[in-house]
Design a protein around this ligand. Structure first.
Ligand code: AMP
Ligand code: MG
Length: 403
C-alpha cells in the first residue's frame, strides 16, 4: 500500500497531455488562456464624446470659462452610430450624444446642462476647460498592447473587454473530456423510488458537477451493474473519447468488485491500488495510451474526498492551471483525535473568528457513509495516524474547489 504523497506523485506523473483549442468567446467562459491576447485595435476606437451636449472649438468658448456666456450656431448633430459628416468651423457647435464621434474641428464637449439646450443657436454658460468631456482614441488601450496574459481564467468581465476590442476567438486549453462510470447493482437514479436494499446514486451527479465545475466536459455518465463484462465494455467505449474516466464503487476486495479487472481487460495498466489513508483506502488509479482512470470508492464521502484530493488537481492541470489545491491556514475550533492507524482526512468548515483569524471546525460525524459532513463542510484537512490535536492548533486545510 502506498502513501498519500506517493499516490499524488503517481497521479501527477501519469496525467494525459493537454491540448490547445481555438474557441469563440461564448465558449471560452471559464477556460484558461494558452496564449496572451493583444489588442488588435485601440480603445476607445475613435475620439468621442463622454457626455450628451455640444461639440465645440475651445477657442470659441474660452470666454465662458471666465463668466462671459458665448453664443454658437448649431450646424448639425453627431449621434452614436451616425457621425456628423462635415467639419466644425469658427462660431459653430454640433449637438452630440455620449459615445458619438467627435466631429473634425471640434476639441471640447460642453455638457447639455451648461447651455440653454436650444437647437438652432445655443448659449454656452460655462466651459470647464479645453478637451473636457472628450474620450481620446486609444487613451485606454493602445493597438498591440497585451491585454491578458497566458494563464488567465476567462470570466465575463474579460470577455466583455475582448468583445469590445474585436477579439472574437482565443487560444485556450481544451476542456478535458471526462466519462463517468458509476457501478453498483443497488443503485437507482435520483427521482426513482428505491426498492428494499436499493439506494439512490449520489456519486454520479456529484462527480459530473465537480468535473464540470473544474472546467471539464462530461461526455458520458452511465450507471453499470457489478458485471465484469459490462464494466470492461463500458471502459473500452469510454476510452475512445475520454481523457479521464472516473469510476465509483466496486474497487474494494468484495466478490462483486469488478472495476480493477474490468479496467485491465479494457487495456488499462494499474498504477496503484490502495492508499494508506482514510477514507478512500481502496482508491484505484490506472493509465492507458494518454488516458487515466480513477476508480473511486463507492461511499459518498470517500468518493468525494478522493475526488477533491486527487481528481480535482488533475482536472485543474488538464484545463491549463497548476496541479494543486487552494489551501487555507486555520486554527482548530475544537480538538481532533485520529484514532486510526492511517492518516485521516477530516471534513471541516472554515469560518471567520471574532479576532479576524480563520477557524476550522471538524464536522461531528466523519463516517464515510454519513452525508451530514457533505452538507456542512467546505474543506478537508489531514491528521496523521494515531494523533490528537488540541483546540487552537494551526493546521492547513484544502478548500473544496469552490471554496
Ligand atoms: P462499494 O465501494 O461498491 O463497496 O460501495 C461502498 C458503499 O458505497 C456501499 O454502501 C454502496 O452502496 C455505496 N455506494 C456505492 N456507489 C454509490 C453511489 N453511486 N452513490 C451512493 N452510494 C454508493
Ligand atoms: Mg459495490
Amino acid at each position: 500500500m502506498i502513501s498519500i504523497e506517493e499516490a499524488t506523485r503517481l497521479v501527477q506523473d501519469h496525467l494525459p497531455s493537454r491540448r490547445v483549442k481555438r474557441v469563440s468567446l461564448a465558449e471560452a467562459l471559464g477556460m484558461v488562456l494558452a496564449e496572451a491576447v493583444t489588442a488588435p485595435e485601440p480603445s476607445p476606437r475613435f475620439t468621442n464624446s463622454a457626455m450628451d451636449g455640444y461639440a465645440v472649438r475651445w477657442e470659441d468658448v474660452e470666454k465662458a470659462s471666465s463668466g462671459q456666456p458665448v453664443r454658437l450656431r448649431v450646424v448639425g448633430e453627431s449621434r452614436a452610430g451616425a457621425p456628423f459628416q462635415g467639419k466644425l468651423g469658427a462660431g459653430e457647435a454640433v449637438q452630440i450624444s455620449t459615445g458619438a464621434l467627435l466631429p473634425t474641428g471640434a476639441d471640447t464637449v460642453i455638457p447639455m446642462e451648461d447651455t440653454d439646450g436650444e437647437t438652432a443657436e445655443i448659449l454656452v454658460r460655462m466651459a470647464a476647460g479645453p478637451g473636457k468631456n472628450v474620450r481620446i482614441a486609444g487613451e485606454d488601450i493602445a493597438p498591440g498592447e497585451q491585454v491578458l496574459t497566458a494563464g488567465t481564467t476567462l470570466r465575463p468581465n474579460h470577455i466583455a473587454a475582448l468583445a469590445a476590442l474585436g477579439v472574437s476567438e482565443v487560444k485556450a486549453w481544451a476542456r478535458p473530456q471526462v466519462a463517468i462510470l458509476v457501478t453498483g447493482n443497488e443503485l437507482v437514479p435520483v427521482g426513482e423510488e428505491p426498492k428494499p436494499g436499493q439506494i439512490r446514486d449520489a456519486n454520479g451527479i456529484m462527480l459530473e458537477l465537480l468535473c464540470r465545475w473544474l472546467g471539464a466536459e462530461v461526455i458520458l455518465r452511465e450507471v453499470l451493474p457489478d458485471d465484469p463484462d459490462r464494466i470492461s465494455q463500458a471502459v473500452e467505449e469510454a476510452t475512445e473519447r475520454a481523457d479521464v474516466i472516473v469510476m465509483t464503487g466496486g474497487v474494494s476486495v468484495g466478490s462483486h468488485d469488478h472495476v480493477k479487472a474490468g479496467a485491465e481487460r479494457a487495456g488499462f495498466h494499474p498504477v496503484f491500488w490502495r492508499v494508506w489513508q482514510k477514507p478512500g483506502k481502496p482508491l484505484f488509479f490506472a493509465s492507458a495510451k494518454d488516458r487515466v482512470l480513477f476508480g473511486l470508492p463507492g461511499n459518498p464521502v470517500s468518493a468525494f474526498v478522493c475526488a477533491v484530493r486527487y481528481l480535482a488537481p488533475s482536472l485543474r492541470w488538464l484545463s491549463g492551471r497548476e496541479f494543486g489545491w487552494d489551501t487555507v491556514k486555520a486554527r482548530l475550533a475544537r480538538p481532533v483525535e485520529n484514532r486510526s492507524e492511517r492518516p485521516t482526512f477530516f471534513q471541516a468548515k472554515t469560518h471567520c473568528a471574532s479576532d479576524g483569524g480563520t477557524e476550522l471546525s471538524p464536522c461531528p460525524k466523519q463516517g464515510s457513509h454519513m452525508l451530514s459532513s457533505l452538507l456542512q463542510a467546505n474543506s478537508i484537512f489531514l491528521v496523521p495516524a494515531a494523533t490528537e490535536w488540541p483546540e487552537g492548533k494551526e493546521v492547513e486545510a484544502i478548500l473544496y474547489p469552490w471554496g
